[in-house]
Design a protein around this ligand. Structure first.
Ligand code: FES
Length: 257
C-alpha cells in the first residue's frame, strides 16, 4: 500500500508551503539502494548517513519527495518525521522538483551592495520567475531554478553566483544574463573556479559522495588570486602570526547554575 503524507515547511522567506506526493519508494532502483548501503557503511551509526542520503535522493529525483523521505526513513530506521525535520531545515534540500540547473545569486550584504541585487533582478526578469521557482519544465534540458542565496563565502570576489554550487565570480548583470542564456541553450560555460559544470542532479551525486570521474571533478583552479593575495603579501613581507604556546592557561569557566 502506498502511504500518502505531506510535510509543511517554513523557510523564513515564504509563507508555509505544502508538498505532497506519493511515498512509493519503488522509484529507487537496485543501484540506488546499493549506493544507500555504501553511504550507511561510512558511519558508525546508520542515522549519521542522513545528510548524504538526502543528496542521493535528490540526485535521483531532483528534489526530496515524500518517497525520498520514506526511502531514507526505511534505510536508516528513522521515522518519516525525523527525516522530514532535517530535509525541511536545510535550504540545499529542495521540496519542489529542481530545474536542470540551480542558479543561486548571492544577495547578502556585500554582494548586494556590489550588484548582486541587480543580477538577481535581471535574471528574475529574464526567466519570469522568482525565488525558488523554475523556468521551463523541471529536470528538462535548459530548465533553470532561481534562488536568492545567503553569503556564499566568496565575498572577496563579489558579486558572485553559483550554478549547481560552482562559482562564477565578479559577475555583472550582463555577464550573469549571458551565462543563464547559455544554460538555457544547453551549454555549460566553465565556472571561474572548480571543475567543469555538471547539472543539479550530477552535483547532488557528488554531494552524496559519489565521484564517477574523480580526476575531472577535482580539476580546475581551486583558489582565486584575490583569495590568496593576503597570504602572498604576508609571505613577501615576512609577516607571520605570533607563535602560540602549547601551555596556555584556559580562562575560568563560570559555574553553571
Ligand atoms: S556576501 Fe556574497 S559571497 Fe559573501
Amino acid at each position: 500500500m502506498t502511504e500518502q503524507f505531506e510535510f509543511t515547511t517554513d523557510k523564513n522567506q515564504e509563507d508555509h508551503e505544502t508538498v505532497s506526493d506519493s511515498g512509493d519508494t519503488s522509484v529507487f532502483d537496485a543501484k540506488t539502494r546499493d549506493e544507500a548501503q555504501q553511504i550507511i557503511a561510512r558511519y558508525p551509526e546508520p542515522r549519521s548517513a542522513l545528510l548524504p542520503m538526502l543528496h542521493l535522493v535528490q540526485s535521483v529525483q531532483g528534489h526530496v519527495s515524500a518517497a525520498g523521505i520514506q526511502f531514507c526513513a526505511e534505510q536508516l530506521a528513522l521515522s518519516t518525521a525525523e527525516v522530514s525535520a532535517v530535509a525541511t531545515f536545510y535550504t540545499m534540500y529542495k521540496r519542489k522538483p529542481c530545474g536542470q540547473h540551480l542558479v543561486s545569486v548571492c544577495t547578502n550584504t556585500l554582494c548586494a551592495a556590489l550588484g548582486g541585487d541587480a543580477i538577481y533582478r535581471k535574471l528574475s526578469d529574464h526567466l519570469g520567475v522568482g525565488h525558488d521557482e523554475t523556468a521551463g519544465t523541471p529536470g528538462e534540458e535548459g530548465s533553470i531554478t532561481l534562488e536568492h542565496a545567503e553569503c556564499l563565502a566568496a565575498c572577496d570576489l563579489a558579486p558572485v553566483l553559483q550554478v549547481n554550487y560552482e562559482y562564477y565570480d565578479n559577475q555583472t548583470p550582463e555577464q550573469a544574463l549571458e551565462l543563464v542564456k547559455a544554460l538555457q541553450r544547453g551549454e555549460k560555460p566553465a565556472p571561474t573556479r572548480g571543475p567543469a559544470l555538471s547539472d543539479f542532479r550530477g552535483a547532488e551525486r557528488q554531494l552524496a559522495g559519489f565521484f564517477d570521474d574523480l580526476e575531472s571533478t577535482v580539476a580546475g583552479p581551486s583558489a582565486a588570486v584575490e583569495t590568496l593575495r593576503g597570504a602572498q603579501l604576508a609571505n613577501e613581507r615576512g609577516w607571520t602570526a605570533p607563535s602560540m604556546p602549547d601551555d596556555v592557561e584556559l580562562p575560568p569557566v563560570p559555574e553553571k547554575k
